[in-house]
Design a protein around this ligand. Sequence first.
Ligand SMILES: CC(C)(COP(=O)(O)OP(=O)(O)OC[C@H]1O[C@@H](n2cnc3c(N)ncnc32)[C@H](O)[C@@H]1OP(=O)(O)O)[C@@H](O)C(=O)NCCC(=O)NCCS
Length: 197
Amino acid sequence: MQNPPRAPPPHTVEGMTTQDRSPDPEIPGKPTSAARTTLSHIMTGSDTNLLGTVHGGVIMKLVDDVAGAVAGRHSGGPAVTASMDEMAFLEPVRVGDLVHVKAQCNWTGRSSMEIGVRVLAERWNESTPAVQVGSAYLVFAAVDAEGKPRRVPPVLPETDRDRRRYQEAQIRRTHRLARRRAIMELREQRAAEGFED
Ligand SMILES: CC(C)(COP(=O)(O)OP(=O)(O)OC[C@H]1O[C@@H](n2cnc3c(N)ncnc32)[C@H](O)[C@@H]1OP(=O)(O)O)[C@@H](O)C(=O)NCCC(=O)NCCS
């Protein structure tokens, strides 16, 4: 029997909505490790940009692929990318680098999951340690056959690191909701004032 995730610390931001929907208590939880996935790929000449380093879009495709695998594994069915934020490129990736893209489910809502991804690179033919070259956070929504959101099992963090990631994901979730709500309110206000842009 797994322990449920510990409650995240209180965190509020201006414009925060209270409409956040809790996970369904009737769906059994799944431990973080159940869906953790790594995708590895050797970078070749066809992956480069005009500067000769690997194109950011190539890395983003790998990130989306591995995050999709984690979301599908965790939710036990199809899941679509709802958003991708905080994609950071820390170091350039070069031809001949063996890139490892590691992902896990950090947090779950009712139908959405935050997937955290770390990108590591090492020379394909050297035994030097891999270095982190990027990271990203994506939100996936689990969907049914009609493409409508469906409920997901709550993720059960297992380690202190998993619990820290769960808490940080909750903070990002709060900010995403607040930002979306603030923008919608501004647009409604401008529409009411007669702006047509
Ligand atoms: C993502 C999608 C299923 C959401 O559908 P919806 O009718 O807006 O449903 P909801 O508003 O109930 O959102 C479902 C969940 O996704 C979350 N979500 C929706 N849009 C989001 C966004 N832009 N960022 C973060 N989370 C988002 C909601 O907060 C909700 O989470 P919860 O159930 O855990 O509380 C729908 O917008 C969609 O199909 N988008 C296209 C996805 C796609 O094709 N991706 C690939 C791009 S090529």
